[in-house]
Design a protein around this ligand. Sequence first.
Ligand SMILES: NC(=O)c1ccc[n+]([C@@H]2O[C@H](COP(=O)([O-])OP(=O)(O)OC[C@H]3O[C@@H](n4cnc5c(N)ncnc54)[C@H](O)[C@@H]3O)[C@@H](O)[C@H]2O)c1
Length: 353
Amino acid sequence: MANYQKWAGNRQSLWKGACDMTNLKVGVIGAGWFGDIHCSAIAGVPGLELVALADRDGARLKEIGGQYGVAALHEDYRDLLADSAIDIVHIVTRWDSHAEIATAALAAGKHVLLEKPMAPTVAECEQICDAAREAATYLMVGHVCRFNPRCIAARKEIAAGSIGRIVSLNGRRNVPAAWAANALDKVSPVSDTAIHDTDLMQWFSGSNVVSAYTQTVRVNDYVHPDMFQIMYRFENGATAVYESAWLMPDTAPFMIDERMHVIGSEGFVQVQDTFPNLGLCTPTGFTCPDTTYWPMVDGITGGALKDEIMYFAGCVARGERPDVITPEESLAAMRAVLAAEESAKTGEIVKIG
Ligand SMILES: NC(=O)c1ccc[n+]([C@@H]2O[C@H](COP(=O)([O-])OP(=O)(O)OC[C@H]3O[C@@H](n4cnc5c(N)ncnc54)[C@H](O)[C@@H]3O)[C@@H](O)[C@H]2O)c1
């Protein structure tokens, strides 16, 4: 019961934030696939108003602007940042532009919710951390798994000592082969998918990765391989194995095969998001729609993404620096996945620090 109350207390603080919010104005930079989902989630948060969008693709900008009734549409993100009425900026472009746009947004006095992965190099991640440390406004990287209620519950149990000392973690995030065509020529899957679980592993174990060894398998002909496994060692001696395959066929009933098993000296915790608690069997097949991350309920996007957006906006409204995830923790997770990337290229164990 005590643990449940702690978990529930965390939820209440999200809603308290929402109640404190009075008309915070939000701009979204990057109106692509996930930018659209951000806009939909913002629309469902009381006290938040989506007032501006920026995207260098003019046609996409008009399409998404029309969909959400946004009048201020900018092809140059700097024009959005120049609007002094905007309090919060969501950066939902791909990682190669994150350092430039995030530092410009902080310099313009905006609060910044930055999508993962933070940036493609440790130097750029450090540049973002330095700018965030110096700014009076806040920056949080959107590690949405930290807002998954099952991950929150797992972390609470681990932090309370329920399974003893963490000795081993085993994670998996297998995604549809159909996603690969749009992504694997632009971004390595190691950074794109392993960042979620690497951050969770560091959060769960309370310890940072000190070495990484990665093996890849190339099935289709993209710039980046579509299958990899990582072995991590953590500062506290724990080890981890992680797999991500971008190979699931269209017939898989779920979008993401996502699992995490954490073994402690006195027990274990498992998070199982693969077969969510909604199964739908129709004449065309069996599916498990998302009920965790950004499910659509009555035309509004809810779930962990909405909780993340609401948490960040609540911190802004209350004047409290977000501490569910700090920029330095995002940097630590990027150091680990970039070491895993390097290991994939060299075939050697890569040590950090
Ligand atoms: N948290 C999650 O689970 C999750 C899920 C999906 C995507 N993401 C992240 O969201 C980000 C966007 O992913 P996506 O799938 O929407 O990508 P996308 O390619 O569909 O969209 C990116 C958009 O940004 C625009 N853009 C790029 N650079 C720009 C610039 N300098 N100025 C203005 N517009 C610019 C592009 O025109 C495009 O419309 C990525 O970092 C991705 O990793 C996170």
